[in-house]
Design a protein around this ligand. Structure first.
Ligand SMILES: Cc1cc2nc3c(=O)[nH]c(=O)nc-3n(C[C@H](O)[C@H](O)[C@H](O)COP(=O)(O)O)c2cc1C
Length: 163
């Protein structure tokens, strides 16, 4: 099985989860991981929150958009203002050849407000892009350093697939 993990992380929490996911998927085949780095990233909380809330798209290098070589595509983001980050929005707009692929979306969050809305927004977009089976998991920011806890969440999300 060949997997791709694409994630955005501003302060590193989602990155930690993505690395643990990579560890698990590497045991099941090949796993590639890439961090999205927008060229127009703001460091201002209010600009970040307003952008996410209004569905802003970030400027991203045109990289890792062709998904044709993968069996499983995993997309990770922090929840920002009940929504995915602008970087993930852009990636979801631009990625190609997702038809018939399995997909996982994963998020990290603080209070938990908007987790469901954020994940549903991503799932909706993945469906529009033709993804076949879609699973998800979420990890509270205080738990991202607890590898066992994160692994459990990942294993539950993977149960839907025959991997
Ligand atoms: C601009 C902004 C908006 C946020 N909005 C939410 C939110 O709506 N709900 C929530 O539970 N956490 C929210 N958070 C907290 C982040 O989702 C959480 O800290 C996450 O783990 C950060 O991931 P990262 O370290 O990968 O960037 C927000 C954080 C930022 C910076």
């Amino acid at each position: 099985m060949k997997s791709l993990i694409i994630y955005y992380s501003y302060t590193g929490n989602t990155g930690k989860v993505a690395e643990i996911l990579k560890g698990i998927l590497s045991q099941k085949g090949q796993a590639e991981i890439h961090r999205l780095k927008p060229t127009d990233e703001s460091n201002n909380f209010f600009v970040q929150a307003a952008g996410a809330f209004t569905g802003k798209r970030a400027k991203l290098p045109e990289e890792w958009l062709d998904l044709s070589g993968y069996d499983l595509v995993c997309l990770g983001t922090p929840v920002w203002a009940f929504a995915p980050t602008p970087a993930i929005n852009t990636y979801l707009d631009k990625c190609r050849n997702l038809d018939g692929k399995d997909a996982i979306c994963f998020v990290t969050y603080a209070s938990g407000a908007g987790v469901k809305r954020c994940v549903n927004t991503m799932i909706e977009k993945l469906k529009q892009k033709g993804a076949f089976k879609i699973s998800s998991f979420n990890i509270q920011q205080g738990k991202v350093g607890d590898a066992e806890f994160v692994e459990q969440g990942i294993k539950e999300a993977l149960e839907m697939f025959s991997v």
